[in-house]
Design a protein around this ligand. Sequence first.
Ligand code: FAD
Length: 490
Amino acid sequence: MSKYDIIIVGGGHNGLICASYLAKRKFKTLILEKNTEVGGLANCGSTINSLSSKIVKDLNMNLIQSNKPSYTVALEPSNNHTVIEERYNDIIFHSTSADQESQKQFKSLVGKYKKFSSSLRKFMYNEPPRLKSGKSKDAWQLIKMGWSIRGLGKRNMREFLRIIGLNIADELEDNISNDTLKGLLAYESILGSNLGPRSPGTVLTLLYKQAIQEGLIFNFKKYERNEFLSSLEGMCLNQGVEIRKNSGVKNIILDGHSAKGVRLENNEEIFADIIISNVDPKRTYFNLLGTEALDTDFIRRANNVRAKGNVAKLNLSLREKPIINSLEENKSNAKFVYAPDINYIENSFNASKYNTFSDNLCIEFKYNENEIDANINYVPYVKNSTHDKEKIIQQSIDLLKPFIDNLNVTNATILTPNDIESKFHVTGGSWNHGEFEIDQLFMMRPFYGSAQYQTPINNLYLCSAGTHPGGGITGINGHNTAKKILEEHR
Ligand SMILES: Cc1cc2nc3c(=O)[nH]c(=O)nc-3n(C[C@H](O)[C@H](O)[C@H](O)COP(=O)(O)OP(=O)(O)OC[C@H]3O[C@@H](n4cnc5c(N)ncnc54)[C@H](O)[C@@H]3O)c2cc1C
């Protein structure tokens, strides 16, 4: 019987990053991953642009940041595409059908959001405060938040508070005249969520994204996915973290009200002082822990957490490298988005509310040689039924055809949110391990009573995208959980 200081259930990127921080401080750490490979949902990621630079620096990660300029291309049926390049202090329009005035409006709105998001940025790396805890640390956190927002200045603070609960569609309609530019920003604010542009709180989701991505929205690619994942795994191994793959955890073993180990699916038991779950919160509570250990009110709240995936992953192999109509070859290091206007996106979202998908799917993709890697919105997670995958593939190809004359598909694979749920063991195949909505954010993430990376069980912590600050390949959840454990178990 081996004994570890820490067991992390799940080798997603947050589990690996959490392990790395803890191993650096000499905690004997074991990661148990159910799949044959680590990385979890990050294996679906096409753009590694949210990974925190702080974490890369702290962990001394040996990653080479791409220095090639990257573009975001909003595809337009007229083939007069909008090509933008986002730099730290400017957005450059390389081509667009939008007039000068609309470009100015777009830049000004993104600039305003950048300013607002900067007041949120520092709270991304801290556990959210707990209201009414009576602890000075929490009170101090709340005061700092207030100051940070007040620091925007009176006019900006008022504006920030006015827009924070708004839907992005209203904001865009009030501020930008060009449909393509509105579509592009609306798309970024809903990506990965179960929200449409007219859903309340979609301005906040965009601000969060900007806060996490150091003020940027469109800078689409920092690192190569495979390089990132293999370097992260290698780094953990070098630090002495033990990683066991093909080792699904059946349940967490309790001693009274404290976690003391895990039981694997083959019934092997492994013990540790601290257990961290990189599995989404719902699965952690209902599958790994079981309801007997939890009180009724807590179970009700955990049960009410919404986690409905809405993004399908599509990979297309082509006979030849695609040529995007009317796009200069030197702009092909790009994320291509087809979400032409707000109503198109909203209609697509509307279908997903009824658990079906519309003819008007939104697509984002990139390509490398003759491989296209695409995310398709909105393909909803469905219960007690399945989607016609061939139909989704065909619809997606039909949507791409007008933009790529030489689109000859030799092979196509798709993972719907249901497939993602079974392949990566994530409730609802949810991008964020739990919806990214105003009542499931910050001190309410994943839900009231389970925030701050803690659980009601002693020595059991959460580190997945289901915790603050949410999903995406950021590593921040893993960082914050490790920070909390290091504070509590000096
Ligand atoms: C289709 C799709 C595309 C995406 N594209 C992007 C993108 O381009 N850019 C971006 O920033 N984000 C993207 N995301 C979101 C991002 O990938 C996730 O938010 C993030 O990777 C979650 O990481 P995590 O470590 O918290 O959890 P996960 O990656 O889900 O890791 C959890 C791990 O736990 C393991 N596990 C589960 N149950 C058990 C068990 N019982 N025993 C042992 N192990 C278990 C799983 O196998 C998994 O490896 C995408 C998400 C989806 C669904």
